[in-house]
Design a protein around this ligand. Sequence first.
Ligand SMILES: Nc1ncnc2c1ncn2[C@@H]1O[C@H](COP(=O)(O)OP(=O)(O)OP(=O)(O)O)[C@@H](O)[C@H]1O
Ligand SMILES: [Mg+2]
Length: 310
Amino acid sequence: MGQVVVETTDLTKNYGGFTAVDKLNLRIEEGEIYGFLGPNGAGKTTTILMLLGLTEPSSGTVQVCGHIPTRDPIKVKRLVGYLPERVGFYEDLTAVQNLKYTAELNRLPRGEAEEKIAALLATVGLSQVADQQVNTFSRGMKQRLGIADILIKEPNLAFLDEPTVGIDPKGIDDILNIITNMARKGITIIFCSHQLPQVQKICTRVGIFAKGHLIVEGPVKLLEKQAPEEGQYRIEVQVAEPVPKLAELIKGIKGVTDISGPPELLLITCSADLRPQISRTVVDSGSSLIGMKIEEYSLEKIYKEYFHED
Ligand SMILES: Nc1ncnc2c1ncn2[C@@H]1O[C@H](COP(=O)(O)OP(=O)(O)OP(=O)(O)O)[C@@H](O)[C@H]1O
Ligand SMILES: [Mg+2]
C-alpha cells in the first residue's frame, strides 16, 4: 500500500444551519488520480478548501501529507498545489512574469526558475504565448497556465477544481493528458469534476458526492465493470439450503433474463427491481433467504440518478 496523502474522519462543514459536507471519510494514497465527481453544490469545493486549510472544518479531522492544514497551513501550502475553479493571474503581466512571481514566492533561485518556467510553458503548450499578457488569454490558456503555476513548486499533491470547464474538446484532451503526465511524475491528484467521461478517462479511483455525502467510492475500472446494461438490474441472492429447483423457479419469474452462480449465491439479471418477487419465491420454495443485494454501483446509473435531477 502506498503512503496515505489525504485522510479525513467524519469531516463536516456547516454554513449556518446548512451542512455542505457531512461526515466525510476519505483516504487517498500516493500516486492516485482521485476523482471528486458530483453535481453542483455537492460539496466538492468545500471539501478541497478544508483539505487546503482555507476553510475551518466544523467537526472531524483532516490530515494532508502528514500535516493538519489549519494547524500547519504553511507546511501544507508548500507541499500542495491548487488550481481553483476560477484561476486568478495578474492580467497585465505576461505568462512568464506571472510564473516568475510564483517562483519567487516559492523561493526558487532565479536561474533555475527561468529554465523551469520555459520547460513548463512547453509542457502545457504555451511557449508561443510566453511573453503575451494574460488578459489576452482564452479560458483554456489560463487553465494551462494555472497548471504550469502549480508545477513550479513540484508539489506532492495537486487539487484541480474543474480544470476543464468552458474549454473546447481538443483543449480538454490536452489538459487531461497534462494531468495524466503529472501523475506519472509522482504527483497525487485530486480531480474535481461533474463530467463522468473525464473522470473515467483519467482517474484511478472516484468518490461520488451528492448533497454533502460520499455516496459511492471505488476504483473506476471496477465500478465500470459492474455496470449492468441499460435498463437492467442485477440482484445477488444469498441462500442457505437451497432446494434443487430454486434457480429454475427464479428463472420463471417474469422479467428475469439470466441467472448464474452457485445455488447458495445466485446472481440474477432482470429488467426491473424484482427483489420482492425473488424473496417470495425463495421463501415459498422452502429455502432460507440470508441476504439480497441489488447492484447499484454502476457509475453510469448513479450519474444519471444524481446529476440530472432537474
Ligand atoms: N461560504 C459559503 N457560505 C454558505 N454556503 C456555502 C458557502 N460555500 C458553499 N456553500 C454551500 O455549500 C454547498 C456546497 O458547495 P460547494 O461549492 O462545495 O459545491 P461543489 O460540489 O463544489 O459544486 P460545483 O460543482 O457547483 O462547484 C452549496 O449548497 C453551497 O451553496
Ligand atoms: Mg465547486
